[in-house]
Design a protein around this ligand. Structure first.
Ligand code: C2O
Ligand code: CU
Length: 497
C-alpha cells in the first residue's frame, strides 16, 4: 500500500478526477426535472427510491476502465491509505468532446464537452501562495477560454474573451499563469458562450489548500449539477433558446452530485466542498448522515462556523462544510412533493480513532477590510425578463436599463476604494450576481457585515447592499451567473485603475 501511495504522488488528483460516484434513484419530483417517478418502471427500469448503490463507475468511460465492484473496493482502500492532502495538477487542460455516464450505470451515456477527457474536468489542487501554470488547448469546434471563478486573480488571466484576453479559437492554445492568493474552494469554467459550454460540461474544481489545513480524514469535493437530457441520456439540443433566457434559464431534467470520494467511515471527519456548477438552478440542499458546521462560503472562511441547516446554493456559489460522519452521507434536494435524491457517499467501516477536537474557524484570509464609510455608493438594478416591467435595454435583461457590455465601463474606481453597491432585483426571477476579481461583503439588514462572497443570490424583488474594496486593478465583469441571463443582457463591467 505504501508503495502505491508513493507512486501515485502528484498525479493523485487525476485519480480523484475519476469521480467515483454513488448515486441512486434520480426519478425526480421537482418541477423541471422528470416529473413522474413511476414512468421509470414503465420504461423497464426501476430506480430504487432508497439508499441503494446503483453505480460506482467513473463519469467518463474513455479515461478509465469501467469499475467493477471489486475495482471500486480496491480504489476506495487506496484512497483511504493516501494522505488526504496530496497536491497536484496536470499542466494542460484540453477542451474536447467527451462521453460521460451522467445517468445511473446501465442507463445511456451522455455526449458532453470536457477537459482532459472528462466532464467535470480534473480537480486542480494547489496550496495558497502557489502559482498556477496551465496551458489551455482548445480542441472544440468553436472559441473558448477558461475563467478561474472566485480567484482574486491578475486581470490578464481572468479568462474573459475580448475583455481580458483574445478568444482562444478552435485549435489554438493560451497559457495561464497566476498566483493563488487565498486558500479556498474555487472552480474553473468556460467563459465563452458559457450558457452552452458550461451546460455541456466545461467546468471543474479548483481547490486551494490552507498552508496548515484543518485535520480531516477526507477532503471531498461535491459538485452539484443538472443536465437537460432525455431518459436515454442524450442531451437535449435546445441551447440558447429565448424562452429559457427570459425565464429561469436552462433547468435540467436530471440532477445529481458528483463527489470525489465514494466511501467514508463512520466517525470520519470530512471536509465537503460543495460547488453549484449548474448554469441556472438554485439548489436547495439537505445533507443527511453528518453532524458539523459550515466553515466557508465562496472559498472565504467564516469568522465563526455556522450551523448547516438547509442550504440554498446559487449557481457558482460554494459551501465548505467540516463534519463528522454518522451514517451514509446522502444529498437530497427537498421539493414540495417528495425529496429528490442527488446521491450519496457510502459508509464503509468505522474510524477507530475519530478526531474529537471542536470544529473551529479556518484561518482567516488576509484581505483589506472595507472602510467604515464607503467612498462611493451606486445602485445596480436588475430589470427585464418574463413577467418583468418595461426597461430601456435592447435585450431581454438589463442592469440600470442597459443590456450587455458597453464600450465604456459602468463605473471606474480608484484602487482601494470601498464601494457600496445596492443590488435591486426588480424582476420576477432570482439572480446570482457575480463580480470578477474580488470578493465583497453582503450587508445584513441591520447594517452589519455579512458573508464575504463572490456571488450573491437575490430572490425576486429582493434588495441587498454589498460592500466591496476594489483593490484589484483591471477590467472586471459583473454579471448574473444564471448564464442565459448573462447572455441576454444581464452583465456589465467596471474598471479599477
Ligand atoms: Cu463564474 Cu463570469 O463567471
Ligand atoms: Cu439572472
Amino acid at each position: 500500500m505504501g508503495h502505491l501511495c508513493a507512486a501515485w504522488g502528484r498525479s493523485v488528483s487525476l485519480a480523484c478526477a475519476v469521480y467515483l460516484t454513488t448515486f441512486w434513484n434520480i426519478a425526480g419530483t421537482q418541477r423541471g426535472l422528470w416529473n413522474k417517478p413511476r414512468r421509470c418502471a414503465i420504461n423497464g427500469k426501476v430506480f430504487p427510491h432508497h439508499q441503494e448503490l446503483t453505480g460506482t463507475r467513473p463519469v467518463n468511460r474513455r479515461d478509465a476502465m469501467p469499475l467493477s465492484r471489486r475495482h471500486f473496493l480496491t480504489t476506495a482502500a487506496a484512497l483511504a491509505c493516501l494522505p488526504h492532502r496530496v497536491l497536484g495538477a496536470p499542466a494542460i487542460l484540453r477542451a474536447a468532446p467527451v462521453t460521460a455516464q451522467i445517468l445511473p450505470e446501465g442507463d445511456g451515456e451522455t455526449a458532453l464537452w470536457g477537459y482532459n477527457g472528462s466532464s467535470p474536468g480534473p480537480e486542480l489542487r494547489y496550496r495558497a501562495g502557489d502559482t498556477l501554470e496551465m496551458r489551455f488547448e482548445n480542441a472544440l469546434d468553436e472559441g473558448s477560454a477558461i475563467h478561474w471563478h472566485g480567484i482574486r486573480i491578475e486581470n490578464a488571466m481572468d479568462g474573459v474573451p475580448y475583455l481580458t484576453q483574445p478568444m482562444v479559437e478552435s485549435g489554438e492554445s493560451f497559457d495561464y499563469r497566476f498566483k493563488l492568493p487565498d486558500a479556498g474552494t474555487y472552480w474553473y469554467h468556460s467563459h465563452n458562450r458559457s450558457w452552452e459550454q458550461v451546460a455541456r460540461g466545461l467546468y471543474g474544481p479548483l481547490i486551494v489548500e490552507e498552508s496548515n489545513p484543518p485535520a480531516v480524514d477526507q477532503d471531498i469535493t461535491v459538485m452539484v449539477d443538472d443536465w437537460r437530457i432525455e431518459r436515454t441520456g442524450e442531451i437535449i439540443e435546445d441551447f440558447g433558446n429565448r424562452h429559457d433566457f427570459s425565464h429561469a434559464g436552462r433547468l435540467g431534467t436530471f440532477a445529481r452530485v458528483i463527489a470525489s470520494s465514494g466511501a467514508v467511515r463512520k466517525g470520519d471527519r470530512v471536509r465537503l466542498r460543495l460547488i453549484n456548477v449548474a448554469t441556472a438552478r438554485v439548489f436547495p440542499l439537505e445533507i443527511a448522515g453528518i453532524e458539523g458546521k459550515i466553515v466557508a462560503l465562496d472559498g472565504m472562511p467564516l469568522p465563526e462556523p455556522q450551523e448547516i441547516g438547509s442550504l440554498l446554493i446559487a449557481p457558482a456559489q460554494r459551501v465548505d462544510i467540516i463534519a463528522d460522519v454518522q451514517d451514509t452521507v446522502a444529498f437530497v434536494f427537498p421539493t414540495r412533493q417528495e425529496p429528490y435524491p442527488l446521491g450519496e457517499i457510502a459508509l464503509q467501516g468505522e474510524n477507530p480513532s475519530p478526531i474529537t477536537e471542536p470544529i473551529g474557524p479556518l484561518p482567516a484570509a488576509v484581505i483589506t477590510a472595507p472602510a467604515a464609510v464607503a467612498d462611493h455608493s451606486v445602485t445596480l438594478k436588475m430589470q427585464g425578463g418574463a413577467m418583468g416591467g418595461a426597461h430601456e435595454g435592447d435585450d431581454i435583461w438589463s442592469f440600470n436599463g442597459v443590456s450587455g457590455l458597453t464600450d465604456v465601463p459602468w463605473q471606474t474606481f480608484q484602487r482601494g476604494q470601498t464601494v457600496r453597491i445596492t443590488l435591486v432585483n426588480d424582476t420576477s426571477f432570482p439572480h446570482g450576481i457575480h463580480l470578477h476579481g474580488h470578493h465583497f461583503h453582503e450587508v445584513r439588514d441591520d447594517g452589519s457585515l455579512g458573508a464575504f462572497r463572490d456571488t450573491t443570490l437575490l430572490q425576486r424583488q429582493e434588495t441587498r447592499d454589498i460592500l466591496c474594496v476594489f483593490d484589484n486593478p483591471g477590467k472586471w465583469l459583473m454579471h448574473c451567473h444564471m448564464l442565459g441571463h448573462q447572455a441576454s443582457g444581464m452583465k456589465t463591467w467596471v474598471v479599477v485603475t
